[in-house]
Design a protein around this ligand. Structure first.
Ligand code: 2M8
Length: 439
């Protein structure tokens, strides 16, 4: 599998996808389905770009930061005024009505998994001109600090560092089973009126259901009524999930942000403290000893969301799982062929979950983004053998079906949109270290 010439082809093809989706200063996640700039997509994209065009990678980050809110939030979407055909667009979000929103740009009113500081550190590492790399860090550091502070000041309702997600779209794993469960307890006081556009591009069986969308739009409208201000909205928010993957991503991003602070001669201690708090709370509040895994917590219902998904491995990536827990996660669950180890791992939902569907979005298919997170988690857990195997298996998905949005865990059939930017960007990041410098 993946001999050197094929890896070269994969990297070349990936660069071509990123080129085709490049809109000058930022990259859309996909040609038609996603025509705007997304937060964590751009983080992954910048990591891929940084290997061969660090200036353009820096630009990707700058473009996203144009959308940063006055309270520090970096939004899920920065809208492209030229693009149409995505629902919900700027006319639905109406960010310009909120006094917290930035001027001169329209965005959504929620955030996404905070991979941004991690991406900035990678861009810095890969920038050949060291003075330029340093200047980039100097420029982005205050923005990253404000973004993380937003979480600890405004999304930290229990004061223990366990950050709360208020909309399934913030999780990045929109229709993942914990959100289906927590969402099923939200009482919609009316049924929102809207027209979806995603199913014009992708087979309906591969996307969230209409019922899922009712919840997405209803929550959007609730938040919009409060100007997307967590101070006003959070106290009565009907969906509040302390998401294990989101918090793990934040832990690692805190490590990267603290490192950036050190490089710049800034004070890393408060960032290290955030990291300790969130890591401690994950281990105290989200671990289930009887299930050998971590789960997200439904803060409205006051209970763990015991739906078995890839998010449970998040603490490996976040470097917060103690060795004994890491071992149990890996041996009992990750390598179990009935749970997370089909022919093409890692399914986004456990194979034996009642929610599992191999072709439906975050309910079972394999995604490059989550595999990439887990590969890093395995490296940090000292499982270099498994990380190397998973890297090959992940690249095999692209070899088999191209740069698709997600893949069938049994057959590697590709689903969702084609020409998906983060699949391309992470192909570059995973494949390049396998190529010999002369090759
Ligand atoms: C998907 O989510 C968007 C909403 O954010 C959608 O379905 O319209 C998710 O996979 C999300 O994680 C991703 O960032 C986004 C763009 O690729 O698409």
């Amino acid at each position: 599998m993946n001999p050197e010439s094929e890896l070269h082809e994969l990297v070349d093809g990936a660069r071509e996808v990123l080129r085709a989706n490049d809109l000058g200063a930022w990259t859309k996640p996909a040609p038609n389905l996603y025509p705007h700039q997304w937060n964590w997509d751009s983080g992954f994209i910048a990591i891929g770009l940084s290997h061969y065009d660090s200036r353009r990678a820096q630009e990707e980050i700058r473009s996203l930061l144009r959308g940063q809110w006055h309270n520090g939030m970096v939004p899920q979407i920065v809208f492209n005024p030229q693009a149409h055909g995505y629902f919900p667009g700027p006319e639905v979000w109406q960010s310009e009505q909120s006094p917290l929103a930035p001027a001169g740009v329209t965005t959504s009113g929620i955030t996404q998994p905070p991979i941004l500081a991690t991406a900035c550190r990678a861009v810095w590492q890969h920038t050949p001109d060291r003075a330029e790399a340093q200047a980039f860090l100097r420029e982005v550091f205050p923005h990253l600090l404000a973004y993380h502070r937003f979480f600890y000041e405004l999304r930290n309702p229990d004061g223990d560092g366990l950050i709360v997600v208020l909309h399934p779209w913030e999780s990045g794993l929109d229709n993942s089973p914990p959100y289906l469960e927590a969402g099923s307890r939200v009482v919609l006081s009316y049924r929102p009126t809207y027209q979806r556009l995603d199913t014009a591009h992708v087979d309906v069986a591969q996307r969230p259901t209409d019922r899922d969308y009712d919840l997405y739009v209803y929550l959007l409208e609730q938040m919009r009524a409060d100007g997307y201000d967590p101070r006003r909205y959070l106290p009565h928010a009907p969906l509040q999930v302390q998401d294990v993957l989101f918090n793990s991503i934040l832990c690692r991003a805190n490590d990267d942000l603290a490192e950036i602070a050190r490089v710049l001669g800034e004070e890393p201690a408060p960032i290290d403290q955030w990291r300790r708090e969130t890591g401690g709370a994950i281990n105290r509040r989200l671990w289930s000893d009887e299930d050998n895994t971590y789960f997200s917590y439904d803060r409205v219902a006051g209970m763990l969301l015991k739906d078995d998904t890839i998010a449970g491995f998040g603490p490996l990536y976040g470097r917060v799982a103690p060795p004994e827990r890491a071992e149990r996660l890996i041996e009992i669950r990750l390598l179990n062929p009935r749970m997370y180890h089909p022919a093409y791992p890692i399914p986004s939902t456990a194979l034996d979950s009642p929610w599992f569907q191999p072709e439906t979005y975050w309910r079972g298919p394999v995604w490059m983004g989550t595999n990439w997170l887990l590969i890093h988690g395995l490296v940090d857990a000292g499982r270099l053998d498994l990380a190397a195997t998973l890297t090959r298996q992940t690249l095999a998905l692209v070899e088999h079906a191209g740069y698709r949005e997600y893949y069938n865990p049994f057959t590697a059939a590709g689903y969702g949109t084609d020409q998906f930017s983060w699949s391309a960007a992470l192909t570059i990041d995973l494949a390049l270290p396998l190529l010999s410098p002369a090759g």
